[in-house]
Design a protein around this ligand. Structure first.
Ligand SMILES: Cc1cc2nc3c(=O)[nH]c(=O)nc-3n(C[C@H](O)[C@H](O)[C@H](O)COP(=O)(O)OP(=O)(O)OC[C@H]3O[C@@H](n4cnc5c(N)ncnc54)[C@H](O)[C@@H]3O)c2cc1C
Length: 337
């Protein structure tokens, strides 16, 4: 493998030097991981420890950046998301076959048996295998006061932030079967729940009765804004000006792929919009793997870490078995000589 030439491992804050774009160049790697969130870094750790020449290219926009703490992740409960990633990058430092690079991959194409990735710093990375660890983007509704409280008073997952909201009066913002389901699930953390449908309810009498039996009231008025001090929530304000006092808003917005690279590479998506993979992370495109939120409907740190670990092992095994099937000698690291 040709060695990558960039500075290994960026500093802690992981920022590119101001005003000095990296010179354009072409590098080669056995594996290119696109995305250095928890999933991409987990895959990189396994590949680094496997002596696999790996470049990790990251644009630095992890999904949970607005959150004050990562929860339900064994041994790191409550850690700042940025700190978790910093530790992840630091722990890659002993593995000199791994390079972290701060850039955005703007295009990807198959070239021969591998891939060429085009970066926004003008560089090109040629890789035998690609791991997509791109994450997703939450598509928040345009309700005043909601976006700035996202990850704090407005939260998307009771398993991530429900404990902090336990026993508090909450609004569940949702409609249809999904809204009803989310309100029912929220009863595990508080019994003071109002389902706000932000327009006429799109579920039937049976669901109304079910919610009623569980003490969950329904408000169908349109929401004008969410209000509160700083990033916290004190109420939901309807269009007629009435304030519904609430200490938090639980909602699960739709999401989209963060990048159009899966489409550009021809990766099939599921009906729900995540990359279709097999149990070892293989996409529908030979040589392309996918890990983390971009390929899963169970979008949790621990799940992404586990799935990325399994995928990296499968990928590395595949390369080792391929290499040892060749008549030509192999290096100690298993790469083709
Ligand atoms: C507000 C909030 C709070 C959350 N809290 C929790 C919690 O407490 N516990 C929990 O388990 N889960 C939580 N989650 C879910 C968790 O954030 C995700 O499961 C996790 O971040 C997924 O990791 P990932 O590596 O797949 O993607 P991400 O963390 O989103 O990382 C993807 C990376 O890929 C990069 N990227 C994308 N496209 C390109 C490209 N073209 N070129 C280069 N780089 C690219 C991005 O810039 C980003 O850095 C939370 C989510 C949200 C929204």
């Amino acid at each position: 493998m040709a060695l990558l030439t960039t500075e290994l491992h960026p500093p802690d804050d992981y920022t590119a030097p101001a005003g000095s774009p990296a010179p354009a160049r072409t590098d080669e790697a056995e594996v290119a991981i696109i995305g250095a969130g928890v999933a991409g870094l987990s895959a990189a750790l396994v590949l680094g420890r496997s002596r696999r020449g790996t470049v990790v290219i990251d644009a630095g926009e992890p999904r949970n950046a607005p959150s004050p703490g990562v929860h339900s992740f064994f041994s790191r409960d409550g850690m700042l998301p940025a700190d978790l990633l910093r530790v992840g990058r630091e722990q890659l430092q002993p593995y000199d076959s791994v390079e972290l690079r701060r850039a955005r991959v703007t295009a990807a194409e198959r070239v021969g048996d591998g891939f060429h990735l085009h970066l926004d710093d003008g560089g090109v990375v040629a890789a035998r295998r690609v791991v997509l660890a791109l994450g997703v983007v939450d598509q928040l509704p345009e309700i005043e006061g909601l976006r700035e409280r996202w990850g704090h008073g407005v939260f998307h997952c009771p398993y991530c932030h429900g404990w902090e909201m336990r026993d508090l009066p909450l609004a569940v913002l949702g409609n249809g079967a999904d809204g009803v389901r989310m309100a029912r699930l929220a009863t595990g953390w508080t019994r003071d729940l109002v389902l706000c449908t932000n327009g006429p309810a799109t579920f039937g009498d049976e669901d109304h009765a079910l919610l009623d039996r569980n003490g969950i009231s329904v408000r169908e008025e349109r929401i004008a804004r969410v209000e509160g001090e700083g990033k916290s929530v004190s109420g939901v304000v309807f269009e007629d000006g009435e304030v519904l006092p609430r200490a938090g808003v639980l909602m699960r917005p739709p999401f989209r792929q963060r990048s159009d690279l899966p489409a550009a590479l021809g990766c099939a998506l599921t009906e729900q919009g995540v990359i279709r993979i097999d149990e070892d992370g293989r996409t529908s495109v030979p040589g392309v793997f996918a890990v983390g939120d971009c390929a899963s409907m169970m979008q949790q740190v621990a799940v992404g870490v586990g799935q990325a670990t399994r995928t990296a092992i499968a990928l590395n095994n595949e390369l080792l078995l391929q290499a040892t099937a060749q008549p030509s000698p192999i290096t100690a690291a298993g790469a083709l000589a």
